[in-house]
Design a protein around this ligand. Structure first.
Ligand SMILES: [Zn+2]
Ligand SMILES: [Zn+2]
Length: 362
């Protein structure tokens, strides 16, 4: 036997409100309109409807809880049409918004990409974005009718675009609102199609829009520009434009959110004796830093607030300058002589001379 509580995903002591909520969610999930091409959706909808019919009625629920037989009308038999079930739940005024969705289709969403350098991403910037979308036809103003032959009001629906359908069901009369089939929900009939767009009211076109990109934007961020996508059918809302931001990597910096890492290579003498360095910043200005004598490999100098701006917040990240010490792989005779003199002049590191280490290793 099917567990109706499990079907709706509620506990055995669920309140009527919880059961109603759970069924609304299930019904939306399994409504055939939301699952085109899925033959199991109808079956799952039937199960959910049956479970709701039992659990929402206190007498039936009590009988079911006792393990008794629950009586139904033939609306819930597997032979009843799914349409009747749908109008029972969606046409009867429960307000799910399904089955009663006449009207023109919305326009499609479109995508575009913008490429920024890291420096450009470090300050507020504006870009002109070009993309292709369906735009209202200029010849007919988006109506789809040829000039001189305006669209006529649909005589079947009186221009509303929808018609009411009354059905007799198990629990009485159910009213369904359906899109008008004569005008396909548009409310108007085009007698002479516009020659430029063929009656569609829209043509594919290249569009330009100026996009403001906030400082600190990350690679891969997406911005949505509401209503900047393709136009819908006449009267339908337009789609949205999604702009993907690509921030081209800068070889001088490794980005970690708002912080930037810049790596410098120092020779052993510079690290040991100390030196001055000039490092780049993302704004283009160079910054002088002082490397003190005895700087170790991996030392990081933090330049506060020289990183990327924090997106939509105050402040900036830091610029971290990491020191790499490079040991020379080939020496000139003069360098070799100098290094030997250095080695014999005293211990080169706190651990003692290289000879001392060798001995310990044996
Ligand atoms: Zn046109
Ligand atoms: Zn109509």
């Amino acid at each position: 036997m099917v567990d109706y509580y499990e079907v709706l995903g509620v506990s055995r002591d669920a309140t009527q409100e919880e059961i109603k909520k759970a069924f609304r969610r299930k019904a939306r999930e399994t409504h055939p309109d939301s699952n085109p091409g899925d033959p199991t959706a109808e079956q799952r909808f039937r199960e959910a409807a049956l479970a709701y019919e039992v659990l929402s009625d206190s007498q039936r629920r009590a009988a079911y809880d006792r393990g008794g037989q629950v009586e139904f009308g033939d609306l819930f038999s597997s032979f009843a049409g799914i349409d009747d079930l749908l109008s029972r739940f969606f046409g009867g005024g429960l307000g799910f918004g399904f089955g009663a969705r006449p009207g023109p289709a919305a326009g499609a969403d479109v995508g575009a990409a913008v490429e920024l350098t890291l420096a450009e991403a470090a300050s507020d910037t504006t870009r002109e974005v070009r993309y292709r979308a369906r735009m209202a036809c200029s010849a007919c103003g988006g109506e789809g009718a040829a000039p001189g032959h305006p669209a006529e009001i649909c005589d079947r629906c009186g221009g509303r675009g929808s018609v009411r359908v009354t059905r007799q069901t198990f629990l009485g009369t159910a009213m369904t609102v359906a899109p008008c089939d004569k005008c396909r929900g548009r409310g108007r009939i085009i007698t002479h199609a516009c020659p430029q767009c063929g009656g569609a009211g829209a043509v594919a076109d290249e569009v330009a829009v100026t996009v403001e990109i906030p400082a600190g934007v990350e690679d891969g961020a997406r911005m949505r520009l509401t209503g900047r996508g393709s136009v819908g059918e006449p009267g339908g809302r337009p789609g949205d434009l999604y702009v993907e931001i690509r921030v081209v990597p800068d070889p001088r910096f490794e980005r970690h959110g708002a912080d930037l890492v810049h790596r410098v290579r120092l020779g052993i003498a510079e690290a040991a004796l100390g030196t001055g360095l000039r490092v780049p910043s993302v704004d283009g200005e160079e910054i002088d830093i002082e490397v003190p004598p005895g700087t170790q490999p991996g030392t990081v100098f933090k330049l506060s607030r020289q990183g990327m701006p924090r997106l939509r917040r105050r402040g900036r990240g830091d610029l971290l300058v990491e020191v790499q010490v490079v040991v020379p792989t080939s020496l000139s005779p003069a360098q070799e002589e100098a290094l030997r003199a250095f080695a014999t002049a005293g211990p080169g590191s706190p651990g003692g001379s290289s000879r001392g280490r060798k001995r310990r290793g044996r």
